[in-house]
Design a protein around this ligand. Structure first.
Ligand code: FDA
Length: 427
């Protein structure tokens, strides 16, 4: 896809896309199919690094059930148009066209059978087939508007990072400037800086007068510093199905205790809806009304102990180690007391806690491990139909750089494909 060594690269393109990730590549192949001359620039040494590491290396590339409710953002309506114009079956059809084996997991999530590399190869093949050029190791030094000529609106100054071979041959860092009619910012979010994440997209947005919605790490595990933190860490490795909730939303999914805090799908999903300082609630026995159970057993089996009731009578029994730790923390003083001798109020208090354990995370693991960045370019200043800036003609924002964040489950890629597609149709 790169230029032949001897031929100097053309400096003018119809479309330049900054970011060879999910949304940038999808925009590129869509625009290329329309006959547009497209250049994709990326500072990384490889395209689509996040695609490769996604879904545990198998890329959860979309979901059978995509609804606007699966996305958050300051303007919840913004994502609707693109998602309805580019439904998930369009992407599935492309995957099938490339004979990529895939499978469905719970909640409609679609994963590659073999490797996320299949998805990246597909995108790069589709780009190549329509003449899209991808140039890696390219640093964007500046972006400026020029007096609108027929088909030129932007000028980009770039410099190329030198590889070892260049160094050995004594090459100088080459500075190349490009011009284009349409400029697409597809630089993604801030998560996983080691994979090429940068704030360039936000800086460019601000340069053109756009408002930013405060960004934060999301789809990310919670951390705890207080006594609860110690308890959680001591239970590292335990996973169980729970209902995790706050006043905005609730998710019935597994939670995972780790050496750093609480993770697992339930926590990642909830993190999209969590703000610093807020409390979360975890129903540890979602199939059981624990208060009712304890009170009933007080009548029918007055000599039983609380831990016996919880071990023998709950539909989804608590792992032994967790039960022991909870006992130490919550009812150590009455652990050997028969139900008959425990006040109803205490049983009610305990039941309420087990069906709604209130925890106050001290924070999250942050961008280091977050799957996505919440917030970003304010969507009220961008067309929901084309992703074009309402403030600067010819400028587009696609993918995660926008204030659109999906749930866990393939939704963030579906947003990348859909926003890439609708912009690719018009750039
Ligand atoms: P993306 O991050 O894909 O691409 C941005 C590109 O811009 C990168 O190539 C980067 O190098 C480039 N760039 C950044 N700054 C630049 C600069 N200054 N100059 C030049 N280039 C620059 N989602 C999902 O739906 N299913 C899943 O299974 C997963 N799994 C997953 C795992 C992990 C570990 C992470 C971190 C993330 C996921 N995600 C996911 C989220 C998903 O990867 C993410 O939402 C999309 O890749 C976003 O696509 P974009 O094109 O917006 O950004």
């Amino acid at each position: 896809m790169s230029n032949h060594h001897n031929t100097p690269p053309p400096t003018h393109y119809d479309v330049i896309i900054i970011g060879a990730g999910a949304s940038g590549l999808y925009c590129a192949l869509t625009a290329g199919r329309r006959g547009r001359r497209v250049l994709v620039l990326d500072h990384a040494n490889k395209a689509g690094k996040k695609i490769l590491m996604s879904g545990g290396g198998r890329c959860n590339f979309t979901n059978y059930f995509v609804e606007p409710e699966h996305f958050i953002g300051t303007n919840p309506h913004f994502c609707k148009s693109a998602l309805s114009r580019y439904p998930s079956w369009e992407f599935i059809a492309m995957v099938e066209g490339h004979k990529i084996p895939y499978h469905e997991r719970e909640h409609g999530q679609l994963f590659c059978d073999d490797s996320a590399q299949d998805i990246l190869t597909m995108l790069l093949d589709e780009c190549r087939a329509v003449g899209v050029q991808v140039r890696l190791n390219t640093k964007i030094d500046s972006v400026n508007t020029v007096e609108p000529d027929n088909n030129t609106r932007f000028q980009l100054a770039t410099s190329k990072a030198l590889n070892k071979k260049d160094m050995a041959s004594g090459a100088k860092p080459s500075q190349v400037s490009y011009s284009c009619e349409s400029l697409v910012v597809a630089t993604g979010g801030l998560s996983i800086p080691t994979m090429g994440a940068s704030g360039l997209g936000y800086e460019l947005a601000q340069q053109f007068g756009h408002t930013l919605i405060a960004t934060d790490a999301s789809l990310v595990p919670f951390t705890f510093t207080d006594k609860t933190g110690e308890l959680i860490r001591s239970l590292a490795g335990i996973s169980l199905p729970v209902i995790a909730s706050n006043e905005r939303i609730s998710f019935k999914l597994p939670v995972l205790f780790t050496h750093r805090g609480l993770s697992g799908p339930a926590m990642l999903q909830l993190s999209n809806y969590w703000h610093t300082g807020e409390t979360i609630s975890i129903n540890l026995l979602p199939e059981t009304d624990v208060t009712a159970l304890l009170l009933a057993h007080k009548k029918s089996h007055p000599r039983q102990l609380i831990r016996t009731v919880l071990t023998e009578n709950t539909n989804s029994a608590l792992p032994k180690k967790l039960l022991a730790a909870l006992q130490t923390q919550l009812w150590d003083d009455i652990k050997d007391t028969e139900l008959a001798n425990i006040k109803d109020e205490r049983l009610l208090e305990l039941g309420t806690t087990l069906n709604g354990w209130q925890l106050k995370p001290s924070g999250t693991e942050g961008y280091r491990t977050a799957e996505v960045t919440r917030g970003g370019v304010k969507t009220d200043e961008v067309s929901s139909k084309t992703m074009q800036s309402k403030l600067q003609e010819g400028l587009y924002f696609v993918g995660e750089v926008l204030d659109v964040t999906g749930w866990l489950g393939g939704y963030n890629f579906q947003w990348a494909w859909a926003s890439g597609f609708v912009s690719g149709e018009v750039v």
